[in-house]
Design a protein around this ligand. Structure first.
Ligand SMILES: Cc1cc2nc3c(=O)[nH]c(=O)nc-3n(C[C@H](O)[C@H](O)[C@H](O)COP(=O)(O)O)c2cc1C
Length: 51
């Protein structure tokens, strides 16, 4: 089963979110990467996400 890459970030100013967005794009965008703000992440976000 193909799964997305889970990319979790924590940010206060938004700069780390911007960096995470760039990393996401470098890895093929949201088709390939499940991007999560750790402060709002739910337990199910840590389970494999089908690509
Ligand atoms: C909710 C939250 C969770 C974080 N978790 C981690 C962590 O697990 N490991 C780490 O190295 N830094 C963690 N950080 C720190 C930030 O990623 C780091 O300080 C970053 O430089 C924040 O900069 P920014 O607010 O300008 O984006 C966390 C920050 C926040 C707000």
């Amino acid at each position: 089963m193909a799964a997305k890459i889970g990319l979790f970030f924590g940010t206060t100013t938004g700069k780390t979110e911007a960096a995470a967005d760039m990393i996401c794009e470098a890895f093929g965008g949201k088709e390939q990467v499940a991007l999560h703000d750790i402060a709002r992440a739910k337990p199910e976000d840590f389970a494999p996400t089908p690509a």
